[in-house]
Design a protein around this ligand. Structure first.
Ligand code: AMP
Ligand code: MG
Length: 420
């Protein structure tokens, strides 16, 4: 038993010949070692990275109580049960505070974002006031403290607002900028090498011999990896030749944190990949109880984690979404829950399914009389990549589930809105 096998053999329900999807995911998690290397980057360059530091504001945001509306800053205690007339003593603009205090019976014209003048505690919007020669009539019914943004209501000095493991998205860039921080410490980007295996694979631009297919997996992988913000090392197509495959694995393991291959993990005669993986590293060969995607290898060569995906184009995408995405985000140092949400929708038609494996059917969500429903894209062969293109979701049919009747609720996993 190798180290990886030992790490996962203690998991509940572990059965190397019919591994359930959730057990396989947990087994992978149990082996991974998240990125420890960090680097300091200018703020903009940190977009898409994983934070390696706590972000603690040194200032309150906003720095002062200020107005949320254009109107008049007043002392609430001045306002009567009926209309109150106040004397306007000045104007406060954003960036141009009114220096003097507001005394009893006085008010100050104030614009959104302007600092509240001393003495005033409430803003009355300009639309409800009547101005007449420096005298401002304020109607009854105002609430104490209304339309005032309190100092520190967004961020408080000394209170950490972001934590290691969080992704830096547009909102975080802005948040960090709002406290005046110009550089942040982030995790090093994960390096992911991938290659396709198969004697039948032609690269775009080369002529197709009889029986050949163009290598599409490298392109879907490129697209999926790009969204995860990793550094991509595309190693091309490697023939089903042990010497070439060994050289490719060795080269990949020397430069990458993770290696993804497609093809060569089923039981075909020319499938050298799995033997080689076992020779060069520590590998679990899995028959995962799922469809598509049954044969998939996970392991390690040197320091690099290895994902040996099936060759069929749909199986590549499904296993990537179910396992590789989660693993790469974990390796990148992400914390928190970034699982792709599972929603529920009624099936628009019966769906065939046998208990004992998790199935991922390509689905399309549509509206019927204002109600969302999901249908399959039809042909579900794992070589029919068109089904992924036509689909906007995967219909996830659980391990124990049998056939689905029309109208039954099924789980769906949306493609759009995936932010990583
Ligand atoms: P394999 O897992 O190597 O037995 O491949 C399973 C099926 O997927 C075969 O029909 C292959 O031709 C096809 N396939 C493997 N790799 C690719 C690829 N990179 N692009 C398109 N089809 C592929
Ligand atoms: Mg092959």
């Amino acid at each position: 038993m190798n180290a990886i096998e030992r790490a996962v053999s203690c998991l509940d329900g572990y059965d190397p010949d019919a591994l359930r999807v959730d057990t396989a995911g947990a087994a992978i998690r149990a082996c991974l070692v998240p990125m420890a290397e960090t680097e300091k980057l200018p703020l903009r360059a940190a977009l898409g990275r994983v934070l390696a530091q706590e972000v603690v504001p040194q200032i309150d945001v906003p720095g002062h109580d200020n107005s949320a509306m254009d109107g008049y800053a007043v002392r609430f205690s001045d306002l009567k049960k009926d209309e109150t007339t106040l004397k306007q003593t000045g104007t406060a603009l954003a960036g141009k505070p009114f220096g003097a205090p507001v005394g009893p019976g006085e008010c100050v014209r104030i614009m959104t974002g302007a600092v509240m003048p001393r003495g005033a505690d409430t803003v009355v919007v300009q639309e409800v006031c009547r101005a007449d020669n420096g005298r401002i009539a304020v109607p009854p019914g105002q609430k104490a403290g209304q339309n005032v943004r309190a100092a520190g209501e967004d961020l408080k000095a000394g209170v950490a607002v972001l934590h290691p493991g969080q992704p830096v998205r547009a909102a975080e860039l802005g948040l960090i900028a709002s406290i005046g921080i110009a550089e942040v410490s982030v995790k090093r980007r994960l390096r992911v090498a991938f290659f396709s295996t198969g004697d039948e694979l032609a690269s775009i631009g080369a002529p197709l011999k009889q029986g050949d297919v163009y290598d599409s997996n490298r392109y879907t992988l490129h697209g999926m990896l790009q969204r995860l913000g990793v550094d991509i090392i595309d190693m091309g197509v490697v023939r089903d030749d042990p010497a070439l495959l060994e050289a490719a694995f060795t080269r990949a393991a020397a430069s990458a944190d993770a290696i993804i291959t497609t093809g060569g993990v089923s039981v075909g005669e020319a499938d050298f990949v799995k033997q080689l993986m076992a020779k060069l590293g520590e590998v679990l060969f899995w028959k995962i109880a799922m469809r598509p995607g049954r044969p998939m290898a996970f392991g390690r060569i040197g320091k690099a984690f290895l994902f040996g995906l099936p060759g069929n184009p749909v199986a590549v995408m499904v296993t990537f979404h179910q396992f590789v995405r989660d693993a790469l985000l974990h390796l990148s140092g992400r914390t928190g829950d970034y699982a792709i949400p599972l929603l529920k929708a009624p099936a628009a038609m019966p769906i065939r399914k046998v208990p004992g494996r998790t199935e991922y059917q390509r689905g399309v969500l549509f509206r019927e009389g204002g109600e969302w429903r999901v249908r399959t894209t039809g042909q579900q062969g794992s070589g029919v990549l068109r089904s992924m293109s036509e689909a906007d979701c995967l219909i996830v049919l659980e391990h124990e589930r049998g056939k689905v009747e029309a109208g039954e609720l099924v789980q769906v996993q949306l493609f759009e809105g995936l932010n990583s």
